[in-house]
Design a protein around this ligand. Structure first.
Ligand code: GLN
Length: 259
């Protein structure tokens, strides 16, 4: 990618309420990997009460996980922005949402206390928490990406690794593409063998960790897509020395007996 005056604004969804299990590390990783390629990167905190126009200025949105309580705190504000998010993601603005945030982007999230939180209907899926007597889905986890016409990661590894901790189980509808196949762990629900979901350039997944540092191929896919949508041209990023990142990735695969 020729040196240019590229700039990206990353919208960070409710940073003080939705960043469980190190998910703020995804923001740090995205910013560093962009800046190492001389892409000026600004992080914009999307707080409760923010006006729509600030959200429309974001070139991608990243959201982390949260306990049911924080999800109940943000849902009214999130629903008030349903139109602007649907418009952005339909246009192809990328997103990465981990665990508690994507659960609010489906049709609904049924909390552990049986409260049905309406979702933004961006993903064709529903999430149900079957109460605190049902064991949570916890542990190191690995998956194999499921490419589709919109989601291709050429010349790179096809595995993803992370850490999951969720009570909610997500069930994909007929119009929803999965992000990956479960190799180890529970994935969306511990039943159907799928992990996460894809809508246009938006990724939903259950991988905390944080996710991006040990999955540099996904971080670079998000950077590339953000630039391509913003500047309306094909982008090829300068490769980085990811030896350490891939060692961490392979370590988890080995630890889980996948390699
Ligand atoms: N509260 C949600 C659940 O228990 C999400 C948890 C999380 O984000 N780690 O499934």
């Amino acid at each position: 990618m020729k040196k240019g005056n590229y700039k990206l604004t990353v919208g960070w969804l409710y940073p003080d309420l939705m960043s469980t299990y190190g998910d703020r590390g995804n923001i740090i990783c995205f910013k560093r990997r962009s800046e190492w390629r001389n892409i000026k990167t600004e992080v914009f905190p999307i707080e409760v009460g923010l006006s729509n126009k600030h959200i429309e200025n974001c070139d991608l949105i990243i959201g982390g996980g949260a306990q049911d309580r924080q999800q109940e705190i943000v849902i009214k504000d999130l629903l008030s922005k349903k139109t602007v998010y649907k418009k952005l993601f339909k246009r192809g603005i990328p997103g990465l949402f981990v665990c508690g945030s994507p659960q609010l982007l489906g049709h609904y999230y049924m909390t552990a206390n049986g409260k049905k939180l309406p979702g933004l209907d961006i993903f064709d899926f529903v999430t149900k928490h079957f109460g605190n007597n049902k064991p949570r889905c916890i542990g190191n986890t690995a998956g194999e990406l499921i490419p589709n016409s919109k989601f291709q990661i050429p010349n790179s590894k096809k595995t993803i690794v992370g850490f999951e901790n969720h009570g909610g189980r997500t069930y994909l509808g007929s119009n929803c593409k999965p992000f990956a196949k479960v190799l180890k762990g529970y994935g969306n629900n511990g039943e159907d063998g799928y992990e996460g979901a894809l809508y246009n350039n938006v990724i939903a997944c259950y991988y905390h960790g944080p996710f991006l540092p040990k999955n540099p191929h996904i971080a670079d896919w998000l950077i590339t897509k953000s630039l391509e949508i913003k500047y309306e041209k094909s982008i090829e990023l300068e490769p980085l020395d990811d030896a350490l990142e891939w060692r961490a990735h392979e370590f988890i695969l080995h630890k889980l007996g996948v390699r």
